[in-house]
Write a protein that binds this ligand. Structure first.
Ligand SMILES: NC(=O)c1ccc[n+]([C@@H]2O[C@H](COP(=O)([O-])OP(=O)(O)OC[C@H]3O[C@@H](n4cnc5c(N)ncnc54)[C@H](O)[C@@H]3O)[C@@H](O)[C@H]2O)c1
Length: 276
């Protein structure tokens, strides 16, 4: 792939799934890659794969919710590679539970990782991206950042927030003539560990949900997702939908407006276990 050779790219949540595939694809495309995750075992696997490709790699344990650590990390990546061109704010978690039964803590945890993690990464790296003269912020939202479904209020809120934040940033960078491009990523079902790593309110077995996700909903491989995302980055797209499911559902939501809620609520209520 053209356009990534010699660039310094930062990928959060790079120990698994989409983040790992992005790191590998960036390395294959000639980028120098800074990878991080809270899962140090997964991160070591990614690091070994990047080294086997021959890419310069910096691997660190980083929790994206830890703002100060993120700022120190951003300076360390700049010091290590001499510049930073791209950040892929990819780390994320999933959680299932209706608002009536989930706790404030459940919602806060999802917002902390899925929304504040993206804010922390963007703010910590933005000065370095501007300084590079050729920067790009890539924020991973979701198909669930385009429409809501029952049982996913926290995840929906975080992913809608990522979309709003990212779309405002893109306009700010253009208006201020900053040398930073901005892309929001909306994957549909991707075959990763996301559902197996997910938690749920009491009364729902996350592993049962994961089986449904793995069998019926995850249709795109992370490798394919990474290729689609990097192609969109190269073309400076504002928004990228990943997977045929994402494209089809985006059209349904556009056509039906708020009417999708009536359609989806009964369909999804039938598919998900009841908790109240
Ligand atoms: N898989 C899908 O179907 C799908 C669909 C839409 C959006 N997404 C989004 O894609 C992104 C990547 O998810 P994935 O599917 O590859 O899942 P995954 O579970 O395979 O990978 C996510 C990675 O993020 C890491 N992580 C979790 N919390 C973290 C924290 N606080 N700090 C640092 N790292 C942390 C995990 O350890 C894991 O390695 C997430 O933002 C997710 O919400 C995934």
């Amino acid at each position: 792939m053209e356009g990534f050779a010699g660039k310094v790219a930062v990928v959060t949540g790079a120990g698994s799934g989409i983040g790992q595939a992005l790191a590998v694809e960036l390395a294959r495309s000639g980028a120098k890659v800074a990878i991080s995750d809270v899962d140090t075992e997964g991160l070591a696997v990614t690091e070994a794969r990047l080294k086997a490709i021959g890419a310069p790699v910096k691997a660190d344990r980083l929790d994206v919710t830890e703002r100060e650590a993120f700022e120190i990390y951003a300076d360390a990546v700049k010091a290590h590679f001499g510049k930073v061109n791209q950040i892929y704010n990819n780390a994320g978690i999933a959680f299932t539970g209706d608002i009536e039964v989930c706790s404030y803590k459940d919602i806060e945890r999802v917002m902390d990782v899925d929304f504040w993690g993206v804010v922390n990464g963007t703010k910590a790296f933005l000065p370095h991206l501007i300084e590079s003269g050729d920067g790009h912020v890539v924020n991973v939202s979701s198909l669930f950042g385009l429409f809501s479904v029952p049982g996913q209020s926290a995840y929906n809120a975080a992913k809608f927030a990522v979309r709003g934040f990212t779309e405002a940033l893109r306009q700010e960078m253009m208006a201020a003539k900053r040398p930073v491009k901005v892309t929001a990523v909306h994957p549909g079902g991707i075959k990763t560990a996301i559902a197996r790593n997910a938690t749920a309110v009491e009364g729902i077995d996350p592993q049962e949900l994961a089986k449904v996700f793995d069998k019926k909903l995850a249709s795109t491989t992370p490798e394919k997702a990474a290729k689609v995302i990097l192609d969109a980055v190269r073309k400076n797209k504002a928004r990228v939908l990943v997977g045929a499911d994402a494209k089809a559902l985006d059209i349904i939501v556009r056509i039906t407006g708020s009417g999708y809620q009536r359609l989806f609520s009964s369909m999804i209520a039938k598919a998900l276990p009841k908790v109240h």
